[in-house]
Design a protein around this ligand. Structure first.
Ligand SMILES: Nc1ncnc2c1ncn2[C@@H]1O[C@H](COP(=O)(O)OP(=O)(O)OP(=O)(O)O)[C@@H](O)[C@H]1O
Ligand SMILES: [Mg+2]
Length: 313
């Protein structure tokens, strides 16, 4: 009861609320695997049959690299946000997977919100995002938002419309501090969006031979999170060559497996024919990353189900 009163108060202040099955990937620290994880989890959820929309809220626009669509200016999304219209969607990037591209134009959001902040009727960025995304929501089973490392307004906007946050982190101290910062920002936003839940933390880029470090980082994070959220059991190992290939070719890790094998065949064929082989791959395979992302996707989706069923009680 208290919760619904709170929700009512929030909808009065803001004409927006959380959008069901919307997950923001966030960490205040850069380069900790937000985009890679968002893209690959989206890819696996789509393979599993969910209709997925990925929103790139990052001015860097890196999602285009991991999903292999042409990089965009972000102007389409920016214009929709400013005019209060529905965001333009790039359809069928993969089967069951659509995208709202980000890009440089999103850099102007922060300044725009600042100049609007004196207007009493303006609403915040969460309201703007809600207006541009909510009309699309009924077409999707899952909405994933990739957020930038800084740009507070954009991250808080994502938190204002999401029902869950996934925090990827590396094992170094600066990244773990980043987790703490997101967790704090998360608490602040909960007054605005009481439906927001912390889904969990993903250990990303763990060295294959750093078992003791991994265990110690896991313990630190578990202590930090208490009973609020789990550290997911699946961790993503560090594999620079495979990840460089994936990003360069715009392939998800499960797609990289097949592409590398095909490239090896083509290379042999070219060598046999006395032709110079074309630009190849750095990696010989995706080294288990495909399986790790598949397992992680399973964990995240079941955690979302758990969160939703708690919410409906
Ligand atoms: N398994 C992996 N092992 C090592 N490096 C990886 C792995 N997967 C991805 N990378 C690389 O790590 C870098 C950071 O990853 P990513 O871009 O996903 O992080 P991010 O948190 O989104 O960064 P930003 O804060 O800049 O948005 C990228 O160059 C990416 O290609
Ligand atoms: Mg990123």
């Amino acid at each position: 009861m208290a919760r619904s009163l709170q929700a009512e108060r929030n909808t009065k202040r803001h004409d927006s609320a959380a959008i069901d099955r919307t997950v923001a990937f966030a960490n205040g620290k850069g380069g900790v695997g937000k985009t890679t994880t968002a893209a690959n989890v989206a890819g696996y959820a789509a393979i599993a049959g969910a209709k997925v929309l990925v929103i790139d809220l990052d001015p860097q626009g890196d999602l285009s690299r991991d999903l292999g669509y042409e990089s965009a200016s972000g102007q389409g999304l920016f214009n929709a946000l400013v005019t209060g219209t529905t965001a333009p969607v790039l359809k069928d990037i993969r089967e069951n997977l659509d995208v709202i591209p980000g890009g440089q134009a999103l850099e102007d959001i922060q300044g725009l919100m600042f100049s609007r902040s004196t207007r009493a009727d303006a609403g915040d960025f969460g309201d703007m995002l809600h207006r541009s995304i909510e009309p699309l929501a009924e077409d999707y089973d899952l909405i994933i938002i990739d957020t930038p490392p800084g740009e507070r307004t954009l991250v808080e906007g994502a938190f204002a419309i999401a029902t869950a946050v996934v925090i990827p982190t590396k094992s170094d101290e600066a990244s773990i501090d980043g987790v703490e910062r997101v967790a704090r920002r998360f608490m602040a936003v909960r007054e605005r969006n009481p439906n927001l839940q912390l889904a969990g933390v993903v250990l990303f880029g763990v060295g294959p031979r750093s078992l003791r470090l991994e265990r110690s980082v896991r313990e630190t994070l578990e202590e930090m999170l208490g009973t609020v959220a789990p550290v997911f059991a699946t961790r993503i190992r560090s594999l620079e060559s495979a990840s460089a290939d994936a990003r360069k070719k715009g392939l998800l890790f499960h797609e990289l497996e097949g592409a590398v094998t095909q490239a090896q065949k083509d290379r042999l064929k070219a060598l046999r024919a006395g032709i110079k082989p074309s630009d190849g791959f750095f990696s010989r395979n995706a080294g288990g990353l495909a399986e790790e992302f598949e397992a992680l996707t399973g964990e995240i989706l079941s955690r979302l189900n758990e969160i939703e069923s708690d919410d409906n009680q």
